[in-house]
Ligand binder design. Structure first.
Ligand SMILES: [Zn+2]
Length: 342
């Protein structure tokens, strides 16, 4: 995970999330009865909610008082930081298998690097929002002008990648949950809805895919409903999603899609199916893990390497290798590696 965090920085993606509201009622429209080819037991989409800046300025109970008007056991799935093949494409495949629609908050630089994946997300009828241009690690430390530039250029990059093949919703999730009142005011004046989330599954931290599923389901059960924040650039999330969707169905949850108040995204007939990349012959970034065991093995090696480097550094600093080992073990036990939302 340490390695993955470093890689995030290299790609200038990291940290995400949030939302907030100010609105009252959203316009809701019943979705057509779900029909999922090849999967009669699919989770599907139970209904669609239309959200516009006139009703909402900010949403998500992690940071705000208001959120989407969800009923008990209704869930809105959101994915941040992408697109990034092969993980985004695996996420799309899992969603497609269950005929589920989600909202993707894309990073402008990622959209520019992977425009085909941006158009693929749109072609499958998902909602696309923005997650800034460069995903600054400390968004709330930016000047007002820089933060506004991140919003404007980030949205423009996604629009450029879409090339007219889909619509960008006026939805924005602040990287790293680093909101400021000045930025929120700017977004509102620009007609952009700022999203937070209601809950997370810690999928940016070094946990297994199984733990992602467990945390998502248990937290949604505790809250009864909510906007779930996930990351489509994470291997563990791509591995977890097929199981997570099955578990949500088993626990009686229903999926609600959120679309901008206006033209809703509609899947285009005749679009090519989702292509899932196979594992490369040589190690490469992003890594493609064939299964959870392989991913956990790689993570364990990364953590072991990090632990060894830490102990060596500590021993050099204090001239006491044993003392360093005790300190590090205690630090790990406290979960010090768990950071903020990516
Ligand atoms: Zn992010």
């Amino acid at each position: 995970m340490v390695l993955q965090r470093k890689l995030y920085c290299v790609f200038a993606l990291v940290v995400c999330a949030f939302g907030c509201v100010m609105g009252t009622g959203a316009m809701a429209a019943d979705a057509a009865p779900p029909s999922c080819p090849g999967n009669p037991d699919a989770l599907g989409v139970s209904r669609v909610i239309k959200v516009g800046p006139d009703e909402y300025a900010r949403l998500g109970l992690m940071q705000y008082r208001h959120t989407l008007p969800l009923n008990d056991h209704e869930v809105v799935l959101t994915f941040d930081d992408g697109p990034l093949p092969p993980y985004t494409t695996r996420v799309l495949a899992a969603l497609s298998h269950e005929c589920v629609k989600a909202t993707f908050f894309m990073v402008g630089r990622m959209a520019a690097a992977y425009p085909k994946e941006v158009r693929l997300v749109a072609s499958m009828g998902h909602t696309i929002g923005s997650h800034s241009q460069n995903h600054p690690l400390h968004f709330n430390a930016l000047s007002e002008a820089a933060a506004e530039r991140e919003l404007v250029t980030g949205m423009q990059s996604v629009k450029t990648a879409l090339a007219g093949d889909g619509a960008l919703a006026p939805f924005f999730r602040v990287p790293g949950l680093g909101r400021t009142k000045a930025f929120e005011k700017f977004a509102q004046s620009d007609g952009v809805v700022v999203w937070s989330a209601d809950t997370v599954a810690d999928d940016w931290t070094p946990i297994s895919a199984s733990q992602v599923v467990h945390r998502a389901v248990s937290r949604l059960e505790a809250k009864g409903k909510g906007i779930l924040l996930l990351h489509d650039i994470q291997a563990r999330t791509a591995l977890a999603l097929p199981v997570l969707l099955r578990e949500l169905k088993a626990h009686g949850f229903k999926i609600v899609q959120v679309v901008p108040d206006g033209v809703a995204p509609v899947p285009k007939p005749g679009e090519p199916g989702v292509m899932v990349a196979s594992a490369p012959a040589k190690p490469a970034w992003p890594r493609v893990f064939a299964n959870e065991t392989e991913m956990l093995s790689a993570l364990a090696k990364q953590q072991a390497d990090a632990r060894a480097a830490y102990l060596i550094g500590l021993a050099r600093s204090h001239g006491d290798r044993k003392s360093g080992r005790r300190v590090h073990t205690a630090t790990l036990a406290k979960g010090a590696h768990r950071g903020t939302v990516q």
